[in-house]
Design a protein around this ligand. Structure first.
Ligand SMILES: NC(=O)NCCC(=O)O
Length: 384
């Protein structure tokens, strides 16, 4: 079966594992913390009509005497591009706006407080081509662009924080390009932006042709619903990147991504989940779906034949919790909305239990790392 047809690991497990063993398999693979979340009938019907998967799950926390539950809902959106990559740029962007508008309306029916879209959601993931034209024309101002205006309308209409990862054009700094997530508050105002810290140089991910490593550090955004941060795609391979958002007190770290089966699929279920465990926070990993075809052939610089596509973006978006549990993944092949209810009290409860923030030797790591980046560093190896 082709990768682009295999629906999901969860579906295969359910199909073939006997019911009495499935419970244990699920406990070991996904942890005990997640329950399915009942979503309104009208939302389910709308998702069916609009042809996307709608999945709900719930992460609880123990009741406390002094703090009320801190329950909020996040929405993770994964989607394929709507029009061919050769269509006029504005038509491609507007078609994606319409698709996302339809999905966000359903997120609102499900009571979502914070929604996050996939990396560079307004465009095909064209960086594999290394062509500047026409792809750089998809770039927009983070503060005043057409897409930010669109997200502001959604945010205000639905009282929802919107995390919108785009290709940014920064006119104030020499019209430079960045891979940026814009965070729009539920008031409709732009709260700020966070740029991708780590730029891939692997396989067909030739993004360094277009933009450089981000300069916004590890900022965290205080929203009405909780403190959030955005670790864009390739940053998920860097445990210290996750750590630094957590050092700045993020309660939820979103990881909008674009990645393909041939490259990263076995790593996908582990990295964001491990980050949730290691940092006592929630993480939300989002990946696009589909196969995007580009008119000009490009090579991967590996001696193999030139080709017109990247391979299959495998979706599988999921939420992971600090206790090690995780939601089921969305489909590998369909557009989808994952609605997850989180009790953010779980973060401190797990921190009190495991104490990684206490047992972590940050002073020692900081000192040794400061030495390691020194020009005269020699590795600390004991030899006979
Ligand atoms: N978009 C992006 O950074 N992809 C790189 C490949 C990966 O991280 O799996």
């Amino acid at each position: 079966m082709a990768a682009s047809q295999f629906e999901s690991l969860e579906e295969t497990l359910e199909k073939y594992i006997p019911l009495d063993e499935l419970k244990e398999v699920r406990r070991i693979l996904f942890g005990e913390g997640t329950k399915m979340l009942e979503l309104p009938q009208c939302a389910q019907e709308a998702a069916r009509q609009r042809d996307f998967q709608l999945l709900g799950c719930q992460f609880g926390a123990a009741r406390e005497q002094l703090r009320p539950p801190h329950t909020i809902r996040v929405g993770l959106v994964q989607n394929a591009v709507v029009l061919p990559t050769s269509a006029p740029i504005m038509d491609q962007i507007d078609a994606l706006h319409r698709r996302i508008g339809d999905i966000v309306e359903v997120a609102a029916m499900c009571g979502v407080n914070i929604v996050c879209f996939q990396e560079a959601w307004t465009m095909p993931f064209a960086f594999c081509t290394r062509e500047k034209v026409p792809w750089t024309e998809f770039a927009e101002s983070a503060e005043e662009g057409h897409t930010t205006r669109f997200c502001q309308k959604l945010a205000e209409k639905y009282n929802m924080v919107v995390v919108s990862p785009i290709l940014e054009r920064d006119e104030s700094h020499g019209a430079t390009l960045w891979n940026t997530a814009v965070v729009v508050s539920n008031s409709g105002r732009v709260l700020g932006k966070s740029r991708k810290n780590h730029i891939p140089r692997v396989g067909d991910f030739n993004e360094s042709t277009y933009y450089m490593e981000g300069d916004t550090g590890h900022r965290v955004f205080q929203t009405q619903f909780g403190r959030i941060a955005v670790n864009i795609c390739y940053g998920r391979h860097h445990p210290l990147n996750w750590l630094m958002y957590s050092v700045n007190s993020a309660e939820i770290i979103f990881n909008p991504s674009a990645t393909i089966g041939g490259l990263s699929e076995p790593m996908w279920p582990i990295e964001a989940r491990n980050a949730a465990i290691a940092n006592h926070c929630f993480t939300c990993a989002i990946n696009r779906i589909g196969t995007e075809h580009f008119e000009s052939e490009f090579t991967s610089g590996d001696g193999k034949k030139a080709h017109h596509d990247f391979g299959h973006f495998y979706g599988s978006s999921y939420v992971a919790a600090p206790d090690g549990s995780r939601s089921p993944g969305l489909s590998r092949t369909r557009d989808g909305l994952l609605v997850a209810e989180l009790d953010l009290n779980l973060n401190r409860q797990i921190s009190d239990k495991w104490g990684f923030k206490m047992t972590g030797r940050y002073d020692m790591y900081a000192k040794e790392l400061a030495e390691a980046v020194n020009e005269n560093f020699t590795p600390n190896i004991v030899k006979e």
